[in-house]
Design a binder for this molecule. Structure first.
Ligand code: ADP
Ligand code: MG
Length: 696
């Protein structure tokens, strides 16, 4: 047995452990809940809890926690020891069914966006038996959903589970139309690729901006960036390899299918991709991955930066959300298939995604909106803020031929009937695909590339699942009523190609021409979080999310406001950090250095040769001007921060930070970066880009 076999899942209460440790009836009852969403009865829960506790204690656990994902994109846990006092001043270990299934969380400081008033600060956590419990540092972690007492979702897991139900319900209706009675559930499969940066811990500790804001707020570019393309897939350095090896081992232990590791485009940037799994498990695992990355980095004298744009001038980090639909019979509905029948079904599911993305560009954009991700989207490296779909030439030609009633080759004028003829084979090889597209079809799945590297993947998948559920609902309504299924299917597909082909774009998404063309096509361009988030409560979206019972209007409003509030707060932290660094580190260093240069100049004048001294004069003039500019920048940013609208609506605060504060942050940065390139490296108060990016 190799390392992986020895380690994989050793800290997970997985199916094998359950089968071995639970009485047969309990195991079967639990499976009915996991597989079909059946209610779990108290008796079963208490047997499971007891087995889970014994297993956890044997594996070194002393505590348990309901592990949940509040609306701030991190995970929350409150540890309780298993101990209960027993006779004779001793303790015994206890963990009841009630404690497993439901917990109370007085989490009044977690964001609720007005869903929970302070007098009713309690929320409760509820076990999600579809995601295995695991042990993390002596604590048994039970994945849970987190709701208010009135049942409103206060977390990222609840809506994700609801959206999976909604999608499954509609997808199964479609499968019935194709005579696939065996499939009773359809689940989104997701493989999230995670990008990150590694920097030296000692250098990190000397940069307040990295510590407080997670990204550099100052820094002149290094002489070398990513222009040579020599980092992407490059040889992994020993120190990074040691980190990756330990990361894999830690991930395997908790059952994360860590598979691929490589260097990314920017210097010091890397990626880890797991093997895909059902979306709610993928989401839990991605949260764990981010947490473990930070911990392992620390053990190697490194710091793992998950911010979307830690460095200006080189690529930022995202998550590529590879998404497909799998039936409980193991069939991928986005796989083109080998028979005419399968081709037709494939085309219908493909169309459902195309229609969903076209009609809900706003929600998709909003689902990835954050202060960090704004700086990445629309940068030259990342998907732009405009949503479009890459299908590849072959598939696009097939759709065009269908629309025009032509043969695929465009020659014969015979109609290409769906469900009767085979679709022409198109290459499934994905090596030569478009890397600039925000939403690309990659052979048997879609890759949504706009997600931020630090965010939970939940929100984007909630939106994706729900909007596709809505397309499928409309398709099923129309086709179930049809007299002639074959004809109705053909009409539906052709009509939808016509209505939604504007969203398909196979060209270069980074080119300036695309911005113009996208505008001509009427596609949305929402550049910032402030532009994107208000759409959560647009009438169309409120109706859509309510109809599929994924999020009600209150829940949508709370998410909008939490997002805007977080945006405003993050920009505030960044601005305050900049002021602190500029006032207490950069300006004093620059003034001191200017004085030293002036003194050096005086000595040269006094004791040096009687020659022109223009170099010294020029340097001094530039330094003095630089200090003036920096000082002005400080005053202007401080003034903007003082004028912040207090106690107003989240959108007002967020917009103020975007419109008034950010431009001044930019001015201040330019002033500081201008000084950095004038000054002696030793006189600069903190590590520079070349050290941070090339030192590991
Ligand atoms: P690339 O960087 O070339 O896009 P990676 O191998 O880094 O490819 O990542 C591809 C991701 O897509 C992996 O997480 C993989 O498990 C996932 N994936 C593969 N097939 C599917 C599928 N049918 N549905 C969802 N995800 C998939
Ligand atoms: Mg990859």
């Amino acid at each position: 047995m190799g390392v992986v076999n020895d380690l994989f899942g050793i800290n997970v209460f997985n199916d094998e452990v359950m089968r071995n440790r639970l009485p047969k009836e309990t195991y079967q009852a639990l499976h009915r809940t996991i597989d079909n969403g059946r209610r779990l009865d108290a008796q079963v829960a208490s047997v499971v809890a007891s087995a889970m506790k014994d297993w956890a204690i044997e594996h070194g656990a002393t505590h348990y926690t309901h592990w949940f994902q509040p609306l701030n994109s991190v995970t929350a846990e409150k540890h309780d020891a298993f101990i209960t006092p027993a006779a004779g001043g001793k303790v015994i270990n206890e963990f009841s069914g009630k404690e497993l299934v439901r917990g109370e969380a007085d989490a009044s400081s977690l964001p609720s966006g007005g869903l929970r008033s302070t007098f009713e600060a309690r929320g409760y956590t509820a076990w999600d038996p579809t995601s295995y419990a695991f042990i993390k540092e002596h604590t048994l972690c039970v994945p849970t959903a987190y709701c208010s007492y009135s049942g409103e979702a206060l977390d990222k897991k609840t809506p994700l589970l609801r959206s999976m139900e909604a999608l499954s319900r509609q997808a199964v209706r479609i499968l019935k139309l194709f005579g696939r009675m065996d499939a009773t559930r359809v689940m989104p499969s997701v493989g999230p690729e995670q990008e990150y940066f590694l920097v030296d811990r000692k250098l990190y500790d000397r940069r307040s901006d990295l510590i407080f804001a997670g990204r550099t707020l100052f820094g002149a570019p290094a002489p070398k960036g990513q222009e040579l393309g020599d980092h992407f897939f490059g040889t992994i350095k020993p120190r990074v390899q040691a980190f990756m090896t330990e990361l894999n081992e830690e991930l395997w232990k908790v059952g994360v299918l860590a598979k691929t590791e490589h260097n990314e485009t920017a210097p010091a940037q890397h990626e880890m991709a797991p093997i895909y799994s059902t979306v709610n498990v993928a989401c839990d695992h991605n949260q764990l991955t981010m947490e473990i990355m930070k911990k392992v980095a620390d053990r190697h004298g490194l710091y793992c930066l998950l911010n979307e744009k830690p460095f200006e001038g080189v690529n930022g980090s995202g998550k590529h959300n590879n998404w497909s639909l799998t039936t409980n019979t193991g069939y991928n509905l986005l796989e083109p298939g080998d028979s005419p029948h399968e081709s037709a079904q494939f085309l219908l599911f493909l169309m459902s995604v195309i229609k969903a993305v076209d009609e809900n560009q706003d929600m998709l954009r909003a689902s990835v909106a954050s202060a960090g991700n704004d700086l990445r989207l629309g940068g030259y490296e990342a998907p732009p803020a405009i949503i479009s779909i890459f299908l590849g030439d072959e598939l696009t030609e097939i759709l065009e031929a269908l629309e025009n009633g032509m043969d695929y080759n465009g020659r014969e004028k015979t109609e290409m009937a769906i469900g009767v003829h085979m679709l022409p084979k198109f290459p499934r090889d994905t090596t030569d695909r478009n890397r600039t597209s925000p939403f690309a079809f990659t052979g048997n799945k879609f890759e949504f590339r706009m997600l931020g590297s630090s965010a939970s993947i939940s929100t984007a998948n909630v939106v994706l699942n729900t909007i596709v559920a809505e397309s499928l609902r409309q398709f099923a309504d129309e086709l179930e009523d049809a007299e002639n299924f074959q004809e109705a299917l053909h009409d539906l597909i052709v009509r939808n190609i016509r209505e939604h082909k504007r969203i398909i774009f196979n060209g270069n998404n980074y080119s300036p021409e695309w911005i113009e063309e996208a505008a001509a096509r009427g596609l949305l361009k929402l550049d910032s979080t402030v532009d994107a988030l208000p759409c959560y409560t647009a009438e169309k979206n409120v109706k859509l999310f309510a109809e599929h019972k994924v999020l009600n209007e209150n829940e949508l409003r709370s998410r909008r406001d939490i997002g805007l509030d977080a945006y405003a707060k993050m920009r505030g932290i960044e601005a305050k950090t900049m002021l602190m660094m500029a006032r207490r580190e950069i300006l004093p260093a620059a003034v001191r250095y200017t004085g030293e240069m002036a003194e050096a100049g005086n000595r040269v004048r006094q004791f040096g040769p009687k020659l022109p001294h223009s170099a010294m004069d020029e340097l001094l003039a530039k330094l003095c001007q630089g200090c003036e500019r920096l000082n002005e920048g400080i005053d202007r940013l401080a003034e903007a921060m003082d004028r912040q609208p207090a106690g107003t609506e989240p959108i007002v605060c967020a917009r103020y930070m975007h419109d008034e504060v950010m431009p001044r942050m930019k001015e201040l940065r330019e002033a500081a970066d201008g000084l950095e390139i004038l000054m002696d490296r030793k006189a600069w108060p903190f590590p520079t880009y070349d050290e941070l990016l090339f030192n590991v």
